[in-house]
Design a protein around this ligand. Sequence first.
Ligand SMILES: *Cc1c(COP(=O)(O)O)cnc(C)c1O
Length: 374
Amino acid sequence: MQPETLAVHAGGAIDAETGAVIPPIHLATTFEHPPDVGEITGYLYGRYANPTQDRLETALAALDHGARALAFASGMAAGAALMQTLPAGSHLLLADDTYFAFRKLLATSAARWGLEWSLVDMSEPAAVRAALRPNTRCLWAETPSNPLLKISPVAELATLAHEAGARLVVDATFATPLLLSPLALGADVVLHSTTKYLGGHSDVMGGALVFARDEDWAAAAFETRKLQGAIAHPLASWMVLRGLRTLAPRMDWHCRHASAVAHFLSRHPRVERVHYPGLESHPQHAIARQEMRGYGGMLSFEVQGGRAAALAVAAALKLFTNATSLGGFESLVEHRASVEGPESTTPPGLLRLSVGLEHPEDLIADLRQALGAD
Ligand SMILES: *Cc1c(COP(=O)(O)O)cnc(C)c1O
């Protein structure tokens, strides 16, 4: 089935007990079992698994063509669980613009977990090959990346990883399963912050791992979640599942609106550079065209005049709200260097846009007035 159909139906089996078309939210934390626990018929305890989270996982596995999905309390919880399953002594090779909180997590915790890690430009396979170490167990790509919208060649990275005896993880939060199928291209695990497009309404936190194979790695991640407790709450699971139902038409609009905004900005005299994989000028446009079904709703651009000029534009925008996060129906703007803090490597004049579902002409008019006469 096509992703649009899966987004509507996956995990949506009619409730056997009531015939409800929309799934119930099972808030129970505990489930009856035989006195000796013996054969458990269904569920045991809410931290292990629950029926609502299971439905979401069924849907996510189907959408990403995976064998098993695990839902988490947040995207960070999903990524942290995965990192903690790597054997001590492993080297983790990540994209140089990996989501900054993952870099921060490794900076504070990798040594305690016994992990080595380093960063490389994942859009350059030759650089990735050169950065491999004998103990590299995991390549961690993020495509499109945050906030520079770099595109990684997933199929090529998968081959490279497997030849080196490593696995490939792809953080596909910006792409969603609608625009990119990393597992079908050879990746081993997909990571999503479901807080973003999958939830889609800026009102629920969540994360997910989708495994290509139901293997030891998936079992280890399940065990980590079970013991550490970073489950997706049943209500959060239900809300992400509801978000999924409209993911396809939302992504279609996000893509079209972002493309219109990117083209407008790329012609504006006060804009030095636009980072959007749908523009032919984007350095990895060809890879994006080959591996993705659309270019997404995220873009960033660099304002002439650096930090002060960028902050002035952000302040003058009316329709775009200054707020972090992305993937909701509403348009957001963010000065990433400010959010990332003193260690940020993001250009100081860069503004990131999460382009929402408003009419693109209104979004462009807002950007036009904020940038000044063109
Ligand atoms: C937001 C985000 C995360 C972290 O997800 P949370 O749900 O905020 O924990 C990870 N990767 C990317 C690309 C993100 O945008």
